[in-house]
Design a protein around this ligand. Structure first.
Ligand SMILES: [Zn+2]
Length: 393
């Protein structure tokens, strides 16, 4: 197993940094995670603006508005006057930040085929078959819950009007295969809260509830130590299903239970969904901690109920887009290196991307590595820029 057990995500020869990050990871690893996600967000936003597509990020609570507005403002300012690409004057002002649609029972997030140019509000759909609608109601039931309904519970739903069928699935936690899929990172030392809950007993990437216990959910294959676990969100599984079953299918996600009220896709799902051609009906800049795609069955020993070609090809497009958007974002950030908390880390990111083939797993793996350091995307963007910059707001 090729696992990078280094103090930092981006490598280099930085002096050892204090272990002030979550679970005792180094401050530099946190800087790296913030930088990678900021580059991804800037690259994603630039990719939308350069083709005049709408860009909007929604927040759930009024409490979340300031950090979301601050993050979006930093992205706008990074793109204003950029010489990396030719944006019309004022284009970055079109990046919107808005309150999320209010939660309601069985409300859906839609992966809208080919809708990248459409306004977000028009991307919402509903299942066309009674079968999918029935599954939607069962999955969303609060009185007779199907599966986990705690923090971050989303259930994927697929509508297949040709076979007149639906299917549902929850987030799956699984070991991340590294053989044949690049080199994943794990810190050399990490400590989870709670007794006997550390690197000797639990893999890296675990999501924990506030009381320190692992988030329950469907278990995938082979969680083991040492290793890295990832969480494949329901929407991602349904995008694979839609690709595998036919172009008439629509993937959805249901925000399940009363503790998950964001009617929007997380940022890592968003990147994946755009790459697959199913952009989401709303995007949030909250958490996508330890997000992971599926990997082909042959490489994991786990039989998915979609064919491997759909997984392999969808992942290939996503990997290419990770490389394209991280590269674009890093180039734009290069014009603002003096405003970054850790400008020297940007050189490492740029150098790593330049040295890797566009279809290699390197860029996608950097994004996945960054997501194993927990945090909200909006906060990471604010943290990636320097304090003086934040004081000016
Ligand atoms: Zn997601």
């Amino acid at each position: 197993m090729a696992l990078r057990r280094t103090d930092t995500i981006l490598g280099g020869t930085a002096a050892p940094a204090p272990a002030t990050g979550p679970y005792g990871v180094s401050a530099t690893a946190v800087d790296d995670a913030n930088l990678v996600l900021t580059a991804a967000l800037v690259g994603f936003t630039a990719a939308r603006l350069v083709t005049n597509q709408p860009v909007e990020f929604v927040y759930e609570d009024a409490d979340d508005e300031p950090v979301n507005s601050a993050a979006v403002d930093l992205v706008r300012r990074a793109l204003a006057g950029t010489r990396v690409l030719d944006l019309p004057d004022g284009a970055p002002d079109a990046v919107a930040v808005a309150p999320a649609r209010p939660w309601e029972q069985a409300a859906l997030i839609t992966g809208a085929a080919g809708a990248a140019r459409s306004q977000f509000a028009t991307r919402n759909a509903v299942p066309t078959t009674a079968e999918a609608e029935q599954l939607r109601q069962i999955a969303a039931s609060v009185t007779e819950p199907l599966g986990y309904q705690g923090y971050g519970a989303y259930t994927g739903l697929l509508d297949d009007p040709v076979r007149r069928a639906g299917s549902v699935t929850s987030t799956v936690r699984a070991d991340v295969p590294v053989d044949g899929h690049g080199d994943r990172w794990a810190p050399p030392v990490y400590t989870y809260p709670g007794p006997d809950n550390d690197q000797d007993t639990q893999p890296w990437g675990l999501l924990l509830l506030p009381d320190g216990s692992p988030v329950p959910g469907i278990e995938g294959p082979h969680p083991h130590v040492p290793g890295v676990v990832g969480y494949t969100h329901g929407m991602v599984q349904m995008v694979y299903s839609a690709v595998a079953r036919g172009p008439w299918c629509t993937p959805f996600e249901i925000a399940v239970g009363r503790r998950t009220t964001k009617l929007a896709s997380c940022f890592p799902c968003t990147l994946f969904m755009y790459a697959a051609g199913f952009p989401p009906s709303a995007v949030h800049l909250g958490r996508g901690d330890s997000w992971a795609p599926w990997y082909p069955s042959d490489d994991t020993g786990h039989r998915h109920d979609v064919n491997d070609a759909a997984i392999t090809m969808t992942n290939a497009r996503w990997r290419l887009e990770c490389h394209q958007q991280l590269t674009l974002g890093a180039r734009v950030l290069g014009e603002h290196a003096d405003r970054l908390v850790a400008p020297g880390r940007l050189d490492l990111l740029t150098g790593t991307l330049a040295a890797s083939a566009a279809d290699s797993p390197v860029a996608a793996d950097l994004l996945l590595d960054a997501l194993t350091v927990p945090g909200k995307v909006a906060q990471r963007v604010v943290s990636a820029f320097d304090g003086a910059d934040q004081d000016r707001r």
